[in-house]
Write a protein that binds this ligand. Sequence first.
Ligand SMILES: [Zn+2]
Ligand SMILES: [Zn+2]
Length: 754
Amino acid sequence: MRIQIYGCRGSIPRPNPEMARYGGNTPCIEVVSASGHRIILDLGSGAYDLGNKVLGELLTNEKNDEHGNNERRSNAACSESTIKVEEERKLGGSILLTHTHWDHIQGLPFFVPLYLPQFEWTIYGPRGVAKSLQEILSGQMQHDYFPVRLGDMGSTTKYVGLSEDIEGGVWLDGRKNANNEQFTTSGENRNNPSTSLRVTTKYLNHTVLTLGYKLEEFMEIPQDLLLTPSKNRTKKRISLAYITDHEPYDHSLAGGGFISHNFNPDCLKNPSNNTFSGEPVNPLSKPDDTTFPTADQSHAKFIADVDVLIHDSQYYFSEYSQGSVPKESWGHSTVEYVVDVAFFSNVRRLLLFHHDPQRTDLQMDSLVEYARERARALEERYFGEGSNGRIRMKVDAAMEGDVYELDPLTLGWDDQGEYQDVVDDTMDEKSFDESDSKEKKTVLLGFFETDAETIYEVLKSSNHIEVKLLQSSNDILQYAKENEPSVVVLDQYVFGCSGLDICREIREMGEWGLQVPLLIVASSARNGNADSHLEMNDELLTAQALHVEDYIKEPYSPAYLLTRIQMSMLRIPLRWRRAPIPKCEAKRLEALKKTDLLDSDPEERFDRITRLAKTMFHVPITLVSLVDKQRQWFKSTCGLDAKETPRDHAFCAHAILQDDLLVVPDALQDDRFADNPLVSGGPKIRFYAGCPIKVPSEGDEKMAIGTMCIIDSKPRDLCEDERRALIDFGAMVEKEIADEQHRRRQNGGREHLE
Ligand SMILES: [Zn+2]
Ligand SMILES: [Zn+2]
């Protein structure tokens, strides 16, 4: 299968010098199967050049025939590495239109081979509800718009309206064998494989009826052509999915970052057409809904395991969700969604497509880089750094003129469901792994007041990061200008001026300065007093205007800052939110201190409760946790060795803000917790339920000082009875605390009297 891109721009042709590299033509792709069948995907303005090429081939063929000598054939016989055309190529082929928006059909009137009698074309497209495909196409060729009518075109043209058919599909050069198997038996000529080509369709989510196409080439390859001869490895499938224009049905998926409960990494080690079990699920769907896959799951299934996925990825999530004109509901995907769905669907190579008409080549480069970083982050997150031998998903953006040669001898799935991972250097030179080995990421820390030592040490210990620590504004600016670091983290004040002033100067340093993520860290010493409150608001507004990614106020844990820096480097939105500080924090801390529980010895009366809860709820971990100023400290733990964690990490810090229970059925699906180190690392929390523990304070107001909580490493939920039971456990802890305080008050009183 040979894929050539003739147009990949979305919406409108862009003959703009700043976009020349990725190309300005609207969608048109040529696919030629190993047996020589030509399929054209969409007829955007790119069809003009493709038409000329097809015409050129016709002329060469005619010339060759005159001389009674078909060079094409003799070439094919000599070729060892690539399977060439077996028989004389039929003139014409199949044209698959996704939908009839202008950008996908505007090249049709200018596709010259449609006018010549030597050609035979079948045009497929979504079967219209009101109008036939032919009617819609002839609409754009009415006399007011174009001088030639559709019916006057000289080629033999058939129109076929398609609906969704994700199982059966259409066999394009369908030479199925007598037993109706998808593989044909090998022909007499041992040098050539026999193939058959199937097209299946799936409705997409766009503003008009739109079809996505999957092309699968099934082939049987003669033993002696195989690189590693084996009796069983003779049948191959090579596949391409073409998905444009499409928006996730559930718009919340546009931000990406989803994974199912039942995602099984093992399925990726031994994948085949039928073992796809890594179904990304709609995070909003209830667990019992999984028997009825959502539209987005079904979309993921359709593209599962393909060798090449060409997918609409017109926008960044930021453009989709924010900005002066948000693009939600415009019928297009975000790069975040596409990378994630391709990754979890086990796609081999992703080509970003339908590029935004505003995106210049340089901006496209950073979009590709962003997508690769995201894919790499997923890879590392789910497979560890070595990826355990898993073949990496390659990510590129479609570029006009690019050719992808999928050689059945070295690539594709064999009939044992094993992926042939021979390196295909014929495909193109920009391989994923090369981009991997590029220079290290640098982080510039401009810290003066903040105690930077821990952060510096942690960052330095990573192999992938180079870190530079500077203290004065002059040094910082000079270093930034000369080295263009990947991320800049600045103190609210550095020696010489404020961090925001430095941000402003960096933003004026050209292309790099406009793009680089900036983070500000504000020390509590400055912001503790009430006077600075207004000043602080001004600062935040300035920070926003300068597109500072985050303004992080003390106290924060080093892990939080580190994750924040890493995420900025990857440009992934951080799915970990620190709990806000409660309104009466000072009073709350006072009430907590009065209990005298912090740093006290373990007590059987509390341990009895956590043990009982563990048995009752069948969970591995139960805790009585107290939320202190900068940490959560555990009065009683069952199933956990830790004595405390930073407050930033604490689910309980969120729970104390609630009036009743905080229940997190699946932390990975929750933007507040997905990137929390207690979720991504040990103890791998997936489920949390916490009941706030309240004690009386000055003036008898009740203050939540901590929680009674239960934790599981599997997602789950609580039924009504269990919720009530957890509230009862919370009440038991409260009673233990109250009793002790009461006893001490009495004792204290007596001691005082004596
Ligand atoms: Zn379009
Ligand atoms: Zn469209």
